[in-house]
Design a binder for this molecule. Structure first.
Ligand SMILES: N[C@@H](CCC(=O)N[C@@H](CS)C(=O)NCC(=O)O)C(=O)O
Length: 216
């Protein structure tokens, strides 16, 4: 069976989300760098694999998959020993609830703040400070809900880490590094959870970028 291939940009947050989960599940993989400056993700060949021209996607022995959360779910399902998706119906429902929280209550606001503070400057555009502040204020309100959940258990879906927690990892640090916000460490339970996630070997492994990993 061919080794799994991850096509992405080693420094991109989306690619790191997948790299982190591959590492958690101890899946050997080859990393193939896509040069976005050269538009390699917009070529007809690339669009065959990923019709939206985004990174990353995986090729698992001919099985092509894009959208990072779907990729991570596939990896967790294929390698169940990683226990990143609970199988017990109630635990699984709590996992799905937590995964929806990330997608609906975190990503829209964090994504908007990232766009203002990192995306725009990278494109030579000026950050709209008012828009950035509004996104961070909205996210801060959402994080009150997180703090209430995390006061009751260690992770979002219970006392075991799941994909729902890991999904936050690549974007949250950008709020500090680029948006210059302490939003992730203001509330005690959010701060404890966030620091715990940041210390995971799977996250630290790709601090300098995602790379081919054949052994764990
Ligand atoms: N929802 C998508 C988002 C993927 C995404 O937006 N990737 C960014 C890089 S982090 C990208 O490809 N941007 C397009 C570009 O740079 O032209 C996923 O989770 O896979």
């Amino acid at each position: 069976m061919a080794i799994l291939k991850l096509y992405g940009d080693s420094s991109s947050t989306s690619t790191r989300r997948v790299g982190t989960v591959l590492y958690e599940a101890k899946v050997p993989f080859e990393f193939i760098q896509i040069d976005r400056k050269k538009g390699e993700h917009k070529t007809p060949e690339y669009l065959e694999k990923h019709p939206f021209g985004r990174i990353p996607y995986i090729d698992d022995d001919g099985f092509i998959l894009y959208e990072t959360r779907a990729i991570c779910r596939y990896i967790a399902a294929k390698y169940p020993a990683c226990k990143l998706i609970p199988t017990d119906p109630r635990k699984n429902a709590l996992f799905e609830q937590a995964a929806s929280i990330e997608l609906c209550n975190f990503e829209p606001y964090a994504g908007a703040a990232m766009f203002e503070s990192r995306g725009k400057p990278r494109k030579g555009l000026k950050t709209d400070q008012a828009a950035l502040d509004a996104s961070l204020a909205a996210l801060d309100t959402q994080l009150d809900g997180y703090d209430a959940i995390l006061a009751k258990h260690k992770y979002l879906a219970g006392d075991e880490v799941t994909l729902a927690d890991l999904f936050h990892l690549p974007n949250a640090p950008i709020l500090e590094s680029h948006a210059k916000s302490d939003i992730m460490t203001r509330k005690p339970h959010v701060a404890r959870w966030y620091k715990d996630l940041l210390s995971r070997p799977s996250w630290l492994a790709y601090e300098d970028g995602v790379k081919t990993t054949l052994e764990y």
